[in-house]
Design a protein around this ligand. Structure first.
Ligand SMILES: *[C@@H]1O[C@H](CO)[C@@H](O)[C@H](O)[C@H]1NC(C)=O
Length: 422
């Protein structure tokens, strides 16, 4: 009877993480209920308003309701609290869905995980967090997934570049942090990056450093090529760069008294060969590039607990958005990857196809309307320069995009500006 027991145990494990601990889950499924769970920061007086909605298109009108940024060019700051926990010796999984249905030009789509002592009503851009994770888009240059860990008071950005999704559909973002100090980032339940904290962040000083006592020997020849000593300049090498045009003729009506002495215009000399340089040959004494020897860094101390955060207690959305409309939903913080995978399948997994279908139908409708409109327009005004106008508008939009970064300039930025003005 042993075998069936084993099989059962395996099955139970596969069905769902039975031992999973869910620290935080938010699906915005109880109408206005979220308003009692989420605290809006009052650090600024003009934060943008959040709106509960499934958006313009969705897979399920109820299940896809999340909180949406509703005002353009605003900062947003809201957070939710849960029972504080430590991820010591356990995996930490942070997951949520983001939908930039507005064709986002510039705006954050990430979460921040805070220690439980965060003053939520005063949360702001400089509030110290443990982890920042999720997509960020600004103009054409920034389209990445942030993974930032706070270590001993410093925020450390991942050194790898992880591209985020920039379309209008809902996407599932998952960060897995393991007690063996490895991590994995998934988008739509597929791995997009993985590695170790030690390799992909600069939290610890480097293991090896260049030996400060080692120096390149003064006779070290690292020139791969040298001038050929046997090469000499040909006698007839030097020719002037320009010569008087031999084909030029003094115009018939040239008046020496009035116009001065006639001189033919100068042209480039076809025989000019430029500056002479000796032929290059392999350097017989070449020793290769000198490699600075390395030694163990005396300042390096291994830390097997970089992954550990003692008082995880708040999830916050602290963002800047130029074009609003992003919907956040299906937040999950737990200690079990399988659990998160399943939750992802039950939420994003179920609604992604109908969501896409609804969007395609809407696009189709719009296209047909536009075509009909254009037809009537053309009939009304043949010969108008509508197209040119459109092009100008587009160019202006691109210019604006380049400036977007400056709109959320921090207070330091405005300080600099003031100093410049003085
Ligand atoms: C402004 O916000 C965008 C979108 O989140 C971000 O990519 C960019 O780095 C921010 N710029 C500054 C100066 O903070």
């Amino acid at each position: 009877m042993r075998l069936p027991l084993v099989v059962l145990a395996v099955l139970a494990g596969m069905v769902c993480g039975v031992d999973a601990t869910v620290y935080f889950k938010e699906q915005f499924a109880d109408g206005d209920g979220w308003k009692s769970r989420w605290i809006e920061s009052k650090h600024k007086s003009d934060y943008g308003q959040w709106k509960l909605t499934a958006g313009k298109f969705y897979g399920d009108a109820e299940a896809d309701k999340g909180i949406q940024t509703s005002q353009d060019a605003h900062f947003y700051a809201a957070s939710a609290r849960f029972e504080p926990f430590s991820n010591e010796e356990k995996p930490l999984v942070i997951q949520f869905t983001v939908k930039h249905e507005q064709k986002i030009d510039c705006g954050g789509g990430y979460v921040k995980i805070f220690p439980s002592d965060l003053d939520q009503s005063n949360m702001h851009g400089e509030s110290q967090y443990y982890i920042m994770f999720g997509p960020d888009i600004c103009g054409y240059s920034t389209k990445k997934v942030h993974v930032i860990f706070n270590y001993k008071g410093q925020n450390n950005l991942i050194k790898k570049d992880i591209k985020c999704k920039d379309d209008e559909f809902t996407h599932l973002y998952t960060l897995i942090l393991n007690p063996d100090q490895t991590y994995e980032v998934r988008i739509d339940n597929e791995k997009v990056e993985s590695g170790s904290l030690e390799d992909d962040w600069d939290m610890l000083p480097p293991k090896k450093i260049k030996d400060p006592t080692a120096k390149k020997p003064s006779d070290w020849d690292d020139r791969a090529m040298i001038d050929d000593p046997s090469d000499t300049k040909a006698e007839d090498w030097d020719k002037p760069e320009t010569i008087p045009d031999p084909d030029a003729k003094k115009p018939d009506d040239w008046d020496e008294d009035m116009d001065g002495e006639w001189e033919p215009p100068m042209i480039t000399n076809p025989e000019y060969k430029g500056e002479w340089k000796p032929k290059q040959i392999d350097n017989p004494d070449y020793k290769g590039a000198w490699v600075h020897p390395e030694i163990d860094n005396p300042d390096y101390i291994h830390d097997a607990t970089m992954y550990k955060f003692d008082q995880i207690g708040v999830l916050g959305l602290d963002l800047w958005q130029v074009k609003s409309g992003t919907i956040f939903d299906n937040f999950l913080i737990c200690d079990d990857v399988k659990e998160a995978e399943e939750f992802g399948k039950e939420t994003w997994g179920v609604t992604k196809r109908p969501e896409k279908k609804m969007k395609e139908e809407q696009d189709d409708m719009e296209r047909k309307l536009r075509e009909a409109e254009e037809k009537t327009k053309k009939k009304d005004s043949e010969g108008d320069d509508d197209e040119e106008e459109e092009e100008v508008e587009e160019a202006e939009e691109v210019d604006e995009l380049d400036e977007l970064d400056e709109d959320n300039g921090t207070e330091e930025d405005s300080d600099i500006k003031q100093k410049d003005e003085l």
